[in-house]
Design a protein around this ligand. Structure first.
Ligand SMILES: Cc1cc2nc3c(=O)[nH]c(=O)nc-3n(C[C@H](O)[C@H](O)[C@H](O)COP(=O)(O)O)c2cc1C
Length: 198
C-alpha cells in the first residue's frame, strides 16, 4: 500500500479476533520502525514484543481490577495477538547531550530538557510501527502511559526506562466499542496546516 493511503486509512483497532500474529515478522517490523530519527543519534528507544499468552499479564499490571471488570474494551483488547511496549532510556539522552559536540546545549541534566527528546524519538518510532502494522494488514491500538508505569517496567525488567506507550497488535474483528475521542469535532488535518510567509 502506498504511504498516503496507509496514512489516510489508519485508525486505531481496539478489538481483535484472537488469531495469531507472526511474532518474528512483528519483531522485524519493530527493528524497521526503529530506523526512525533519533536525537543526537542516541538510539535510546526500545520496543519489547510480548506474545499473546502474556497479554493478560500485561493488563493485570497496567490496569486496575475495577477497570477490567467494567471496561467494554478489555475483551477485544485481550484477544490481541501481541503487544509492543515502547520504552526509552532518558539517561542515554542526558549522557549524549553532555558529550563535547553537544555540551553547549546544557542538556546533560535531565531536568533541563524543554522537550524531552526521548519521548519524541519514541513517538516517531511508534508511528512508523503503526504504519508497518497497517501495511501488514493488521490492526493496532496505542495505549498511552498514564498509570502504573512502575509496575509495567518491573514486569518487563526494564529498570530506569520510561514507558512511552503500548501497541496492541492483532487481526481486527471490527467489533470495537465506539471511541469517545473519535466523536470529538476537531479541525480537519488540512485546517491544522498553516502557511507563513508564502
Ligand atoms: C500519545 C497517545 C496516547 C493515546 N492513548 C490512548 C489510550 O490510552 N487509549 C486509547 O484507546 N487510545 C489512545 N490513543 C489513541 C487516540 O485516542 C486516537 O489516536 C485518536 O482518537 C484518533 O483516532 P485514530 O488514531 O483512530 O485516527 C492515544 C494516542 C496517542 C497519540
Amino acid at each position: 500500500m502506498d504511504l498516503p493511503t496507509l496514512l489516510t486509512d489508519r485508525r486505531m483497532t481496539r478489538s481483535f479476533t484472537g488469531d495469531p500474529v507472526d511474532l518474528d515478522a512483528l519483531t522485524r517490523a519493530c527493528a524497521l520502525a526503529l530506523r526512525a530519527p533519533t536525537a543526537g543519534n542516541c538510539g535510546g528507544v526500545r520496543m519489547t514484543v510480548v506474545g499473546p499468552e502474556s497479554v493478560t499479564g500485561y493488563l493485570e499490571r497496567a490496569t486496575d481490577p475495577e477497570w477490567r471488570a467494567a471496561s467494554r474494551r478489555v475483551g477485544g483488547l485481550s484477544r490481541a495477538g501481541a503487544l509492543v511496549v515502547v520504552t526509552s532510556r532518558p539517561t542515554d539522552y542526558a549522557t549524549r547531550y553532555g558529550e563535547p559536540d553537544k555540551a553547549a546545549s546544557g542538556l546533560s541534566d535531565r531536568d533541563a530538557w524543554v522537550v524531552p527528546y526521548w519521548h519524541g524519538d519514541a513517538g516517531m518510532a511508534t508511528m512508523a510501527l503503526l504504519l508497518l502494522v497497517q501495511d501488514a494488514g493488521l490492526g493496532a491500538a496505542l495505549w498511552g502511559n498514564f498509570r502504573h508505569e512502575d509496575r509495567v517496567l518491573e514486569w518487563l525488567d526494564a529498570p530506569g526506562e520510561s514507558l512511552f506507550a503500548t501497541v496492541f497488535v492483532g487481526h481486527p474483528d471490527r467489533l470495537d466499542p465506539p471511541s469517545s475521542s473519535r466523536r470529538r469535532v476537531v479541525p480537519s488535518p488540512a485546517e491544522r496546516v498553516r502557511r507563513h510567509g508564502i
